[in-house]
Design a protein around this ligand. Structure first.
Ligand SMILES: [Zn+2]
Length: 286
């Protein structure tokens, strides 16, 4: 498939490129002066393929990048864009620095059996840290299109950043919203996540582009928020700080519930103020 055929329209003036084998959405928004690429895929090779696809439609615009969060499928393609400004939350930069190498090792290991070729590329992916850390909020003017970068609080991770396009009524949500599968909980804060989606819905988006799967409307986000709220209530009951909720009322696979409960302990008011990822000091990047 030629690079240009990889793009799909994802709303007015917004293009979506879907990674493979991990179905991450990489999103291109073009203003008069700047083009914005949100998330870069899983490997250097995927990043290079994405770069070729982006350059085919750049038309002289400078390209700036955003990583929504520090999971490998959203940022391990950064090395294909060595000269670019790459925006990400301060927490994203710190997480990649602290645990990028251990994450890379674990992700490569997870693919070793089913897709050894991808596992090898993943294991060799250079980790390039975003060079424009965002504290709280930042704004970009692409030329005719305003962009708000919002660090929204604990949800899918402790450092998710969403990209808001107020003129277009669009939010690029990263993995705070998932369409192609249930929300991923491994690094999540299940008790706080529903409030983050409240904040997203309060922006009044007409269209939300998730980190994986098809673009959705606000009603889908509201439904996912309710499901996460049921999960949070179940966790509170299990932790003895809320009424007991039957497991059958929680719309998540039972395998996820143990993970959610462990994560919820980190999210209680009396719990640790911030969870640490599992990187060891010798894994840290300079
Ligand atoms: Zn993620």
């Amino acid at each position: 498939m030629s690079p240009s055929q990889r793009w799909q329209a994802a709303g007015d003036g917004i293009l979506r490129w879907v990674g493979s084998p991990v179905d991450v959405n990489c999103i291109l928004v073009r203003g008069d002066r700047l083009a914005l690429l949100v998330d870069t895929g899983s490997t250097r090779e995927e990043g290079m393929e994405l770069r070729r696809a982006v350059e085919a439609g750049l038309g002289g615009r400078e390209l700036v990048l955003v990583n929504t969060h520090a999971h490998y499928d959203h940022c391990f393609g950064n090395s294909a864009f060595p000269e670019a400004r790459i925006y990400a939350s301060e927490g994203c930069v710190a997480t990649l620095q602290r645990s990028g190498i251990s994450q890379r090792r674990e992700a490569a290991e997870a693919f070793r059996e089913q897709n050894p070729e991808f596992a090898a590329l993943l294991g060799a992916a250079p980790i390039v840290l975003p060079n424009r850390p965002v504290h709280g909020e930042a704004r970009l003017d692409l030329g005719g299109i305003e962009v708000q970068l919002l660090v929204v609080g604990r949800g899918h991770t402790d450092h998710d950043m969403v990209v808001v396009l107020p003129d277009l009524g669009v939010v690029l949500a990263g993995d705070l919203v998932e369409e192609s599968g249930p929300p991923a909980l491994e690094d999540a804060y299940p008790l706080s996540w529903p409030r983050v989606l409240d904040r997203m819905l309060a922006l009044g988006p007409k269209l939300v582009v998730p980190g994986h799967g098809q673009p959705v409307g606000p009603e889908f986000v509201a439904r996912q928020r309710e499901q996460l709220d049921q999960l949070a209530n179940w966790c509170l009951g299990e932790l003895g700080v809320g009424p007991q909720v039957s497991q059958h009322r929680v719309p998540f696979p039972s395998a996820s519930l143990g993970i959610a409960l462990d994560r919820a302990k980190l999210d209680l008011p009396l719990g640790p103020s911030s969870a640490t990822a599992d990187g060891t000091p010798e894994d840290s990047l300079p």
